[in-house]
Design a protein around this ligand. Structure first.
Ligand code: NAP
Length: 270
């Protein structure tokens, strides 16, 4: 039986709100306390997008929080229960010991042209870099400070293994088992000519490596997206991305659904 404190994050639609109310009533009745700021457990009711919002809400205490998600959205890569069988959660909480899973996050640091750190943040799905005005994005790409390629195209998307089924997949990147501690960079419509020659394929980097993107011939109009957030910068000299060393996201799971079954169910069909 779970002990401690909890909070809930709901997508706010009819079914999600009903499940949220039922769950809250049950947990309070079983002696768990509500804590909005630093709970032991966060119950997320919605889709993977709702998990992204819950992650952002608890980013400051992320190592201390465990998420459990009930899926009322379309896909459910981060989720444990489907809306149709959510009532099983009451029995499971009382009688089962949940399995703990933790996944890597990305750390992103953006620097101004004067060398100052503009922002330091973590991503659960991915970060993307492109031009706010819709122009092509020109950049030099470095791996561990060694020049790798010059890219020109719509932008670059760098994803976690759990984010590999999101934007990355739409870009033709590989779907990666989240138990593998790597990150992936995928091109968004690379131009690929004699001046800007890039690999074309997505690349998978180890947890020890660092990817650096240095914008070329472009002073302003940079857009850095971190999951659901967007930042616009007029002065950007480089963006460094690596696996976050001191933060991970933790989930508790009562159901044994293999990652590849989720991929099959979501993209291929039963
Ligand atoms: P959002 O509602 O948070 O997410 C957009 C869609 O992506 C939803 O259908 C969501 O599923 C799904 N999704 C989120 N994380 C996923 C994951 N790890 N694996 C599989 N699907 C996932 O909307 P948003 O604020 O516009 O954007 C946030 C996310 O959208 C980004 O992190 C990015 O991955 C994704 N995105 C995708 C594309 C693309 O595929 N062309 C383009 C831009 C952004 P639920 O319905 O279950 O919530």
């Amino acid at each position: 039986m779970l002990k401690g404190t909890f909070s809930t994050v709901s997508r706010g639609d009819g079914i999600s709100s009903k499940i949220e109310k039922d769950l809250e009533k049950f947990l309070l009745m079983k002696g768990l306390g509500r804590d909005e700021l630093s709970p032991n457990y966060v119950f997320v009711i919605g889709g993977d997008g709702t998990v992204l919002s819950a992650f952002r809400k608890y980013i400051e205490v992320i190592n201390d929080v465990k998420f459990l998600s009930i899926h009322t959205g379309h896909l459910g890569f981060y989720t444990d229960y489907q809306a149709k069988d959510y009532e099983n959660i009451f029995e499971d909480i009382l009688t089962k010991e949940p399995k703990l899973e933790s996944y890597p996050l990305l750390e992103v640091q953006a620097y101004c042209t004067n060398g100052n750190l503009l922002s330091k943040s973590c991503a659960l799905n991915e970060i993307t870099l492109n031009n706010t005005k819709g122009k092509t994005y020109k950049s030099e790409i470095y791996i561990d400070d060694r020049h790798f390629e010059n890219f020109r195209g719509d932008g670059i998307c760098i994803s976690t293994p759990t984010g590999s089924t999101a934007y990355n997949k739409a870009l033709g990147g590989a779907v990666i088992n989240p138990n593998i501690e790597v990150f992936q960079a995928a091109e968004i419509a690379g131009l690929n000519n004699m001046l800007y020659r890039s690999l074309g394929n997505s690349i998978v980097l180890s947890k020890k490596e660092k990817l650096t993107i240095k914008p070329m011939d472009q002073e302003e109009n940079h857009r850095l997206s971190i999951d659901q957030l967007f930042y616009s910068y007029d002065s950007l000299s480089k963006v460094e991305v690596s696996i976050c060393k001191d933060k991970r996201i933790n989930f508790i799971r009562y159901n044994e659904v293999s990652f590849w079954d989720r991929v099959k169910r979501s993209f291929i069909g039963e």
